[in-house]
Every structure is written in structure tokens, then in C-alpha cells.
Design a binder for this molecule. Structure first.
Ligand code: HEM
Length: 254
């Protein structure tokens, strides 16, 4: 007993394990899969809100050029004169951009985490198909929506494709005319329709899984979650797809 006591070395401060520096707790939380899922769900809700409001705003197209263009001007004039012109619009754009960037970042890093965690392969190709269908669909449709968004901004906000002069000219502040000039081209309308169907699929899976991510997954409301996901996705797709069809059919035009 005495021998054991003697052989033990002195306890010094250097022997203690160095303390791991803690990150800010929000970053710590974001480092976990649950944290990333929360970020995906919350930013997803913000983006859903934008997509819904944008579609409803665009319905003004059916009332005529004046109404749609007036709506654009209303957005630029929000809270004037409390705030200078376009400031609120730019704040909303900033919020949307941050939400979009976080949504994509969380999606990419969650995919990486899942791949690292899944070291054991699925038993058969069928299991793999079932387990991954939703996530593969989300990745594919997410990429399509992202590419579409870039095209869409270049088309109707920056005026890259319509700025060639003449009949098809892009006119800043004339959202109605720009939409009509753009959708009169059949390939452009087809592109909008395809992209919006991909968006609808993304929204369906997104609405469905955000309840899961937020922990609002009481089995009693499972059917309602599905109805809500189908209803929201259908509403957005029908609304958005109606615009190019209405232009091609001559219901909306110059
Ligand atoms: C056929 C359906 C759509 C139509 C007719 C449409 C129409 C427009 C128009 C006219 C503008 C320019 C507004 C202006 O500068 O005054 C615009 C901007 C925009 N659209 Fe769309 N859009 C459609 C679908 C979408 C979808 C599906 C998304 C998102 C996934 C989207 C996201 C945006 C964004 C982020 C802007 C920029 C907003 C800003 O700068 O304030 N749009 N859209």
C-alpha cells in the first residue's frame, strides 16, 4: 500500500487535459445534424412565404399592366417617408438572400454528414431506392430551382436576355411588359413551366419534412401534413404555370 503511494508522481497543472475552446453556442448547435435541420426548416419557411407572396403578387397580371407595375412601385415605396425609397425592399432582399444561402449551406453539409454517418451499405438496391428517394429528389429539384432562379433574375430583373433592342426590349419598371415579351417566346415559357413543376416537387417534400425537422410530427396529424404539403405545392405550381400559359394563349398581352 505504502509502495503504491510512493510510486505515484506529483500532480501538476501540466498534467491536466487542455480545455477545448467552446464555439459560440449557435455555431456549436449548427454543427450538429439537428441544428442544420432546424436551420433548413426555418429558412425553408421564410422561402415558402416569399414564393407564396410572389405568386399572389403576380396574379395582378390578370388585372392589367397598370396593376402589376403599380404593385412593383408599391414594393419600392414601402414605409416611405419613414424610410428612404427602396430601403425596406433592399432589407427584405438581404433577408431572403441570407435565408437562401443558409438553406443551401445546411442542405449541402447535411448531405455530407449523412454520407459520413452511413458507412454500412444498404442491404439491397430497393432499400437504397426507398430510403433515398426523397433526399435525391430534393437535391435534384433544389439544383433546378437554383439554376432557374439565376435565369429568372437575369431575365426579368437584370434584363440580360431581353436587352437586345427592338421589339423584345427590356424596360426597367415595366414588369408587365417584360413578362409578356419573355413568355411570348415558347422555349422560355416551357422553361418556366418545367422549372415550376420541379419547384412544386421541392415544395411538397419541403413542407412535409419541415414538420419532422421542427418536431411537429404527432402521428395524429400525419394525414393533415400530407394534405397541407399537396395543397401548398399545387397552389404555387398552378398559379405560376398559369402565367406563361396565359401569355401564350393571348389572355395576358400587350
Ligand atoms: C411564372 C412565374 C413567375 C413570374 C411571372 C415572375 C415574375 C417576376 C418579375 C416580373 C420580377 C421582377 C420584378 C421587378 O423587378 O419589378 C420577378 C423577380 C423575382 N422573382 Fe419571380 N416570377 C415567377 C416565379 C418565380 C419563382 C418560382 C421564384 C423563386 C423560386 C421567383 C423569384 C424571384 C425573385 C427572387 C425576384 C427578385 C425580387 C426582387 O428583386 O425584389 N420568381 N419575378
Amino acid at each position: 500500500m505504502a509502495q503504491t503511494m510512493q510510486s505515484r508522481g506529483p500532480v501538476t497543472g501540466t498534467a491536466a487535459t487542455p480545455k477545448k475552446r467552446r464555439k459560440f453556442f449557435v455555431l456549436d448547435f449548427y454543427g450538429t445534424a439537428v441544428g442544420k435541420k432546424y436551420v433548413m426548416a426555418i429558412t425553408g419557411i421564410m422561402l415558402l412565404g416569399f414564393v407564396l407572396v410572389h405568386m399572389i403578387g403576380n396574379l395582378k397580371m390578370y388585372l392589367g399592366a397598370e396593376h402589376l407595375n403599380h404593385y412593383g412601385e408599391f414594393l419600392r415605396e414601402l414605409l416611405v417617408p419613414i424610410m428612404p425609397r427602396t430601403v425596406v425592399l433592399w432589407l427584405m432582399r438581404g433577408g431572403l438572400l441570407v435565408a437562401g444561402a443558409l438553406h443551401v449551406h445546411a442542405a449541402v453539409s447535411l448531405t455530407r454528414l449523412n454520407r459520413q454517418a452511413r458507412s454500412v451499405k444498404y442491404q439491397g438496391p430497393r432499400d437504397y431506392q426507398v430510403a433515398n428517394f426523397a433526399s435525391r429528389t430534393m437535391r435534384a429539384t433544389g439544383i433546378i430551382v437554383f439554376l432557374f432562379l439565376f435565369w429568372h433574375l437575369a431575365d426579368l430583373t437584370w434584363g440580360w436576355w431581353n436587352a437586345s433592342g427592338g421589339e423584345g426590349e427590356f424596360v426597367r419598371g415595366d414588369a408587365y411588359g417584360n413578362v409578356v415579351r419573355s413568355f411570348e417566346r415558347v422555349p422560355v415559357s416551357v422553361l418556366y413551366i418545367v422549372a415550376n413543376i420541379a419547384l412544386g416537387t421541392h415544395l411538397y417534400h419541403g413542407v412535409w419534412s419541415l414538420f419532422q425537422s421542427m418536431g411537429w410530427n404527432n402521428p395524429k396529424f400525419k394525414e393533415w401534413r400530407r394534405y397541407l404539403a399537396v395543397a401548398f405545392a399545387t397552389l404555387i405550381v398552378v398559379g405560376n404555370v398559369s402565367f406563361p400559359i396565359a401569355v401564350l394563349a393571348g389572355i395576358v398581352g400587350k
